[in-house]
Design a protein around this ligand. Structure first.
Ligand SMILES: Nc1ncnc2c1ncn2[C@@H]1O[C@H](COP(=O)(O)OP(=O)(O)OP(=O)(O)O)[C@@H](O)[C@H]1O
Ligand SMILES: [Mg+2]
Length: 373
């Protein structure tokens, strides 16, 4: 299943979004145009349903509450709303539709409350809140029907709960040296360790195969546990080393290799939506240029979805990237506008003429258009 449509009102710097989404979706825009805010919509939904520390109130409070989330240019007291459609693939009709709206009460306890919540399965409206019980017990409106491990809509809840985030601010974050202070680092190695052995071996084989093709003289990747401490480690060998040189542990890996290993692991592991924030960081352009085809192959083999924010023209240099696969974020006085590249006439013309998405969406398009005249 993938998310095939996203409709949003008053979320952060967006007053209004209504866009179709496809299996591989790139999100491009200038700094502060809202790329991270857009991806955070999906994390927010995941945070509502997650079993531990989840729920609407927690998802709101880790983001500073409704007033922090609500678009500053929205009308006072207006709601924030998110709706998404889930389908088997980008061509199929929606199997699930989920909509949630919330605001802060204008008087009384000033709680963060639902303004509505709806769930449809195959077009049938299963939940339509506020319902009678919400009216008699208004505190119910502080909770979503998806939270607390609700099994009434298990397919929807499991899908949203499995939305995965790949966000490495610092490339050092997964190196062994940083493990002690860095929960993500420890988390990543533990994640590798906790996969069952067969799955782990098969994923590491695939990753080793990609690294051999991408990193000069890279030869082997292996997982071990320290015999003394029991801590999990990744280790690598390069063919140019002395035959007795032994293995190198992850704290000696280069930043790019570490990021690539983690990125590939997440791609192989995800069976829902994978959110990738600027995966180009720390990778050389040759590798960056291979990411878009890699996403395509991975999602095609598993029917998973990748939503990728990027500032890299090289990442979008693949000629196969269609205008429907690129969301362009354009800041305006009334908040950031979100449009498919294929819906912007000038961009559409240039893509049809053979320019790559990378050439068109980053440099402004007037220069290329003038070449066509
Ligand atoms: N409630 C809100 N209303 C309006 N704007 C907001 C709100 N919350 C955050 N913003 C704005 O969103 C912008 C940041 O967006 P975001 O971090 O998503 O951008 P980005 O495209 O990821 O940038 P970068 O490329 O630098 O990572 C900031 O300019 C911030 O002021
Ligand atoms: Mg960002």
């Amino acid at each position: 299943m993938i998310i095939t449509r996203l409709i949003v009102k008053n979320w952060r710097n967006f007053q209004q979004i209504d866009v179709p989404l496809t299996e591989r979706q790139f999100i491009v825009g200038a700094n502060a145009s809202g790329k991270s805010n857009l991806l955070d919509i999906f994390r927010f939904l995941r945070d509502i349903v997650k079993a531990e520390g989840g729920g609407l109130q927690n998802a709101l409070s880790v983001r500073g509450g409704v007033s922090n989330i609500r678009c500053l240019s929205a009308m006072p007291a207006s709601e924030v709303a998110i709706e998404m459609h889930l389908s088997a693939n980008s061509e199929a009709p929606a199997t699930w539709q989920y909509g949630i709206g919330f605001h802060k009460e204008s008087e009384g306890a000033r709680r963060a409350c639902l303004t509505y919540e709806r769930v449809w399965e195959n077009g049938n409206l299963l939940v339509d809140r506020p319902e009678a019980a919400d009216k008699t017990h208004p505190e119910r409106l502080t909770r979503s029907v998806l939270e607390g491990g609700n099994r009434d809509f298990s397919e929807l809840v499991d899908f949203v709960g499995a939305i995965t985030d790949f966000h490495l601010v610092s490339p050092n974050a997964i190196s062994g040296a940083a493990v002690q202070d860095n929960p993500f680092a420890a988390g990543f190695l533990e994640q590798v360790a906790s996969a069952d052995e067969k799955t782990r071996c098969s994923r590491l084989k695939t990753i080793e195969h990609v690294l051999k093709g991408a990193i000069p003289q890279f030869e082997k990747l292996a997982f071990i546990r320290d015999t003394l401490t029991g801590h999990p480690h990744l280790q690598a060998r390069y063919s140019h080393w002395h035959p007795k040189a032994g293995w190198q542990r992850e704290d000696q890996f280069s930043n790019g290799v570490l990021r690539l290993i983690a990125l590939l692991w997440f791609l192989l592991e995800s069976d829902s939506v994978l959110l990738l924030e600027e995966p180009e960081l720390s990778l050389n352009p040759e590798l960056v240029s291979q990411l878009a085809p890699l996403f395509f192959r991975m999602q095609a083999s598993k029917n998973q979805q990748v939503l990728v924010s990027t500032q890299s023209d090289v990442l979008l240099a693949e000629p196969g990237i269609d205008g429907t696969e690129v969301l362009m974020l354009t800041p305006t006085k009334a908040g950031t506008e979100v449009k498919l590249a294929s819906d912007i006439d000038d961009v559409h013309i240039l893509l049809k003429t053979g320019f790559t998405a990378g050439e068109v969406v980053f440099s402004g398009y007037s220069e290329q258009l003038s070449l066509l005249e």
